[in-house]
Design a protein around this ligand. Structure first.
Ligand code: AMP
Ligand code: MG
Length: 412
């Protein structure tokens, strides 16, 4: 009789893993009042309602002359200039049978219904103006409220602020914004093979040592997502040291993020260490690169353990940790927008896992594949400008239309 082995846990699909992870990502409490100038990259914690129209009044989109089209029964007739309205002034009602000299951004005087750009006007010796083309009512007028109407929600709670959002907020008069507080993230790497760049020169690297690359991209990714990062460095592959690092980190952080040590080898100490302080689920996610992934809790902090292989770490961060951190801040739009693009490569060997291939757009509108798709080859992520999301069991032949997620969607 053979001893029964415990049944291997079924692999989780990415969608399942993501849904479960997002289920744990309760919005952080705490809101910060921040100058609009300083709010780039942050998440809005209030609906922004406009208390005015933008633009506030009908105004000219050209330098030229405002007039009433009906006054121009005979287009060859010159009309006198009855007033001058530069931007920032208001003018008065337009006198009948006259034009107003007007500049871009200046309010249209009452009674005028069109602007003739100065290039379409002949100024006569006596200062009156003749139009070289018949104006149409409404031309070169920007309407009050055509950008924003009074009472409209211009940006909703949960919106991520980028430069355009900051400009729009300013256009309705907001100098201070209420934003979600930054998630506090403790970052550490595990692995006795890791050496920090700068600590040992390349020519003196001992056998078996590699530089810690994950720490650099993970820190940068976290910062881009608005996090306050405590970089706790490299934790040795020892249970006690790992427990001590985790215990300290849990006190002041919303999330502890580690890379490496989440497989189940005997040098992988993350699992027992987290379990001794809280709880941990080790997930096998059916994606490539990136299979091992851990979620747990240490005291009040979330714990996420990423795989050590650099590309696995990078990709699982983008697909899982990024939406998690955005959701903590209250972001509503979490999924990247994929595009359908033609593959100019072949991927003949199907895998039972969903694969994320590193590819690059070529000048012919198609996608090229990086030759080495190994999870340790970080060059693939630099050479590539995005991922092809390949369903489990799928192969690709040149000309197939595939699902492409540009890195620009994932790195913002
Ligand atoms: P692990 O998940 O700890 O078994 O590590 C898997 C692979 O990733 C090993 O080849 C490690 O040397 C490598 N690795 C782990 N952490 C890092 C890191 N911070 N930077 C670069 N490579 C790493
Ligand atoms: Mg390791």
């Amino acid at each position: 009789m053979t001893a029964e082995r415990p049944a291997a846990k079924p692999m989780k699909s990415l969608d399942e893993a993501l849904a479960q992870l997002l289920g744990y990502a309760a919005r952080l409490d705490g809101v910060e009042q921040l100058a609009t100038f300083d709010a780039d990259g942050r998440v809005l914690a209030q609906d922004l309602v406009s208390h005015l129209h933008v633009p506030p009044q009908d105004n000219s989109s050209m330098d030229g002359y405002a007039l009433r089209c009906a006054d121009l029964t005979d287009p060859s007739r010159a009309l006198p200039v009855s007033q001058r309205i530069p931007a920032g002034s208001a003018g008065t009602a337009l006198a009948p049978q006259s034009v107003a000299r007007i500049f871009t951004g200046a309010p249209i005087p009452a009674g005028a219904d069109a602007v003739v750009m100065q290039e379409d006007c002949d100024v006569q010796a006596d200062g009156s103006v003749r139009m070289t083309a018949q104006p149409k009512p409404g031309q070169w007028i920007r309407r009050a409220g055509e950008d924003v109407t009074r009472g409209a929600v211009v940006l909703a709670r949960g919106a991520r602020l980028t430069p355009a959002e900051l400009g729009l907020a300013a256009s309705i008069g907001m100098d201070v914004l209420s934003v979600a507080r930054r998630p506090r993230v403790a970052l550490f790497s595990t692995g006795d093979e890791l050496v920090m760049p700068g600590a040992v020169a390349p020519e003196h690297m001992p056998p078996g040592a590699i530089y810690n690359s994950n720490r650099f991209f993970l820190k940068a990714l976290l910062k881009r997502l608005g996090c306050e990062v405590s970089d706790l460095g490299i934790v040795p592959d020892q249970r006690e040291a790992t427990i001590a690092a985790l215990r300290g980190a849990a006190e002041q952080h919303d999330l502890i993020l580690t890379s490496g040590g989440v497989s189940v080898g005997e040098e992988d100490h993350i699992k027992p260490a987290v379990q001794s302080l809280g709880h941990l689920d080790l997930w096998q996610i059916a994606i490539k690169p990136g299979k091992p992934f851990a979620y747990g809790r240490v005291a009040d902090a979330h714990f996420i353990g990423l795989p050590g292989n650099p590309v696995s770490s990078f990709v699982t961060f983008l697909l899982l940790v990024r939406p998690f951190l955005l959701k903590l801040q209250g972001v509503t739009q979490l999924a990247p927008t994929p595009m359908t693009v033609r593959a100019d490569f072949s991927w003949p060997r199907a895998d039972k896992r969903r694969e994320f291939l590193r590819v690059r757009r070529n000048p012919n509108g198609g996608l090229d594949l990086f030759a080495n798709q190994s999870s340790g080859v970080l060059t693939s992520a630099v050479w590539g400008d995005g991922l092809v999301d390949t369903p489990p069991g799928a192969t690709i032949t040149p000309g197939d239309v595939v699902r492409f997620i540009p890195f620009s969607e994932l790195l913002a």
